[in-house]
Write a protein that binds this ligand. Sequence first.
Ligand SMILES: Cc1cc2nc3c(=O)[nH]c(=O)nc-3n(C[C@H](O)[C@H](O)[C@H](O)COP(=O)(O)O)c2cc1C
Length: 270
Amino acid sequence: MFDEAPSDAWAIRFGDGAPAEADRLGRFFAHRSVRRFTPDPVPEALVRALIGAAQSAATSSNLQLWSVVTVQEASRRKRMAELCAGQGHVEGAAWFLAFVADHYRLRHALAGTQDEPDALGTTEMFTVSAIDAALAAERLVCAAESVGLGICYIGAMRNDPVGVAELLGLPHGTIGLFGLCLGWPDETKPAEIKPRLLPDEVWHRETYRTGSVAEYDERMAAFYESQGMDASIPWSRRSGRRTQHRGVGSRHAWGAILRERGFCTGDEEP
Ligand SMILES: Cc1cc2nc3c(=O)[nH]c(=O)nc-3n(C[C@H](O)[C@H](O)[C@H](O)COP(=O)(O)O)c2cc1C
């Protein structure tokens, strides 16, 4: 499944011809979020290997300021789905992985020593853990997709960070960043490759230059139509609407919740 040739996946993604080198990049262009899974199990040994792949990502100063908590027990998964806006794929995936920014492990390891990591309280250090967690997750995703698994990230795990912390037993100095559904894609309801902005729209050479998203709005309109969605509202307007409100649940209070959990409390004036 999802085995388009790289050049075909590129054409769907960008609507134009793939560069000559694209064929060397295997199935990297064929990602799509999968929200319908088969009930087939994903062996724990495979998940363990995938977590090792995640840990093989680069990590700032080798600090490894992230953790992952899997939620498998049925009633706890149901609760996680509730916390994530009731999304069915959170309950239906073979595995659910919660990626966590983790300053606790290092603080705990060094408690009472002369090397207590005081500067972990800066916003910079929260950013480090968020970047590290995202890099690790995406490496896990690439590894998972290479063996035919499907994934869907779950940002809705930030709707109720306190509820998530309770469910996962997260100590002070940790916070859930995003979830990941993992399982075998349901071939009877396949997900489609979603178009992206042209590479030249996101690739600025030497200095930033203002571009235009008009071409992408047009390609996305065709995609919306193919998906039975309202094609009259362009991607840019949809994106504007999505970023007009202050976020679902307590997302608008993310900064305050971060500080309550021990992050971003130690910044100094520039
Ligand atoms: C950090 C992050 C959070 C996301 N949160 C959700 C989510 O809560 N629910 C969902 O169904 N999809 C979620 N997605 C998937 C995006 O909607 C999806 O990646 C995007 O629409 C592009 O589609 P594609 O992944 O199929 O290319 C998330 C993706 C990312 C990277």
